[in-house]
Design a protein around this ligand. Structure first.
Ligand SMILES: NC(=O)C1=CN([C@@H]2O[C@H](COP(=O)(O)OP(=O)(O)OC[C@H]3O[C@@H](n4cnc5c(N)ncnc54)[C@H](OP(=O)(O)O)[C@@H]3O)[C@@H](O)[C@H]2O)C=CC1
Ligand SMILES: O=C(O)CCC(=O)C(=O)O
Length: 428
């Protein structure tokens, strides 16, 4: 990474944390959050920063930096993904961990909030090195994770394979009971993962979007959508939208931007990305250099499924989508959100739109602890039920109080956390 992009990444991570704190403060004041609860939630309970050496393929050792931020465990064990990216920083994971607490509370899950990761680019390493990095990180985390204490899951740059390695390493170190495989979720199905976890975040975002369209009397068939990020969340959201009859007309990732008014097959694109690691080369005739053409697409839906702070004051004005869906965490800055809401573009916020992942992670945890295996139909039906209940509740609060969907989601979440804190008693 160049010095400039490294500085830009640090700025962007600082902005994510600042943005999450700003929204939290604004809504804490709006709901008149109890002072003690406010004080507790405004900081993580624990911030773990670890350095660990890993042997590279050439025999040399390299030191890696990892994080785990445990924001809150009032409702249950700490829960949240592990991100492997060169842009991971303390501020980034602090912001993401707070979002996890709010998300789990909004989803009414018996789970708290955490986030972690390693500052490195997995694409620069061989599978053997990635395996050793994941395992050494798990060793370094030691008893700071556990099936009843803190349960990691996949996030950007990690997948079921990383979770299998983490589970196996933890199990070899401390595993005594069969349910110890619940130390992480998002594992492969063969290793105890839940069917439907890999697609849960993307599908969940679409279930919210579908509800919104129903509310607008907008049939899905014949609509168009644009999507940023074609990894786990983006690809599954696109596949589900395609299944519902919507057409993908614009897509962007790190490697390219494709714009094709005649439609792009999400299914074939997903297979191309599995083979080539990015969208570049799929339809060379549709590749464009100018990213502003992506942002200004006139589509019914735009799904943001890459990373934080991609919509800023610099591009918010260009956006002409009928609805923005935050599959990623924190993709829209607070300043950009003001511009978009002013333009009348609704936003389904991250803690609602992407809660499908942690909901099915919870299902996986329950299955592991009870040695159960649920069918794909059961998982999908339960996911839909939980998501639609949360979506409708948020919409009801937004309409009743004439506030945005994000504000309503924060109201619901903070009220739930406050109620539990005050009933349990927090300040002996
Ligand atoms: N996985 C999950 O279950 C959940 C994920 N999320 C959030 O969703 C987002 C995406 O996560 P996930 O799909 O798992 O991650 P992946 O690593 O699977 O995919 C990320 C995608 O975003 C693209 N991308 C990354 N940076 C940029 C950029 N600056 N511009 C354009 N495209 C970019 C990547 O492209 P390329 O490969 O070319 O770099 C890739 O297509 C994150 O914010 C994550 O926190 C939220 C809830 C759960
Ligand atoms: O599945 C999980 O436990 C957490 C997923 C996650 O990291 C997120 O929702 O941002």
């Amino acid at each position: 990474m160049s010095v400039e992009s490294s500085i830009a990444a640090t700025e962007s991570n600082k902005k994510l944390y600042e943005g999450v704190c700003e929204r939290f403060e604004q809504m804490a004041s709006y709901v008149n959050l109890d002072g003690k609860v406010h004080a507790i939630l405004s900081q993580p309970k624990a911030e773990l920063m670890i350095h660990f050496p890993v042997k590279m393929d050439d025999g040399n050792y390299r030191l890696f930096k990892g994080y785990r931020i445990q924001h809150n465990n009032l409702l249950g064990p700490y829960k949240g993904g592990m991100r492997f990216s060169p842009e991971v920083s303390l501020d980034e994971v602090k912001g993401l961990a707070m979002l996890m607490t709010l998300k789990c509370a909004l989803a009414k899950l018996p789970l708290g909030g955490a986030k972690g990761g390693i500052k490195y680019n997995p694409n620069d390493h061989s599978p053997e090195e990635n395996q050793r990095i994941t395992r050494r990180f798990t060793v370094a985390l030691g008893h700071n994770i556990g099936p009843s204490y803190d349960i990691p899951a996949p996030d950007m740059g990690t997948n079921a394979q990383n979770m299998d390695w983490m589970m196996d390493t933890y199990h070899n170190l401390y595993g005594r009971k069969i349910e110890d495989k619940a130390v992480v979720t998002g594992k492969s199905v063969a290793c105890g993962g839940s069917v439907g976890r890999a697609s849960a975040t993307g599908y969940g975002a679409v279930y919210c979007l579908e509800e919104w369209a129903k509310g607008e009397n907008l049939p899905m068939k014949g609509t168009t959508f644009a999507i940023q990020g074609f990894g786990n969340v983006g690809s599954h959201a696109a596949l589900k939208l395609e299944e519902l009859g919507a057409a993908l007309v614009a897509v962007n990732d790190h490697t390219a931007t494709l714009i094709c008014p005649g439609g792009i097959s999400a299914k074939e694109l997903a297979s191309h990305v599995r083979q080539h690691g990015g969208i570049k080369g799929f339809m060379p005739e549709c590749e464009v250099d100018d990213l502003s053409r992506f942002w200004s697409q006139e589509v019914e839906f735009m799904v943001l499924a890459a990373m934080e702070n991609v919509v800023t004051q610099l591009n918010a004005d260009l956006i002409r989508a009928g609805l923005l869906v935050e599959g990623a965490n924190g993709p829209i800055t607070t300043e950009a959100e003001a511009v978009l809401l002013d333009k009348g573009i609704p936003i389904i916020p991250d803690i609602l739109a992407n809660m499908g992942g942690v909901i099915v992670s919870y299902f996986e945890w329950v299955q592991n602890r009870n040695s159960e295996y649920w069918s794909a139909e059961t998982v999908d039906a339960k996911l839909r039920e939980k998501l639609i209940a949360a979506y409708r509740q948020v919409v009801a609060v937004a309409q009743e109080q004439a506030i945005s969907l994000r504000q309503a989601a924060y109201v619901e979440s903070l009220k739930h956390l406050e109620e539990v804190y005050l009933k349990r008693g927090v300040w002996p």
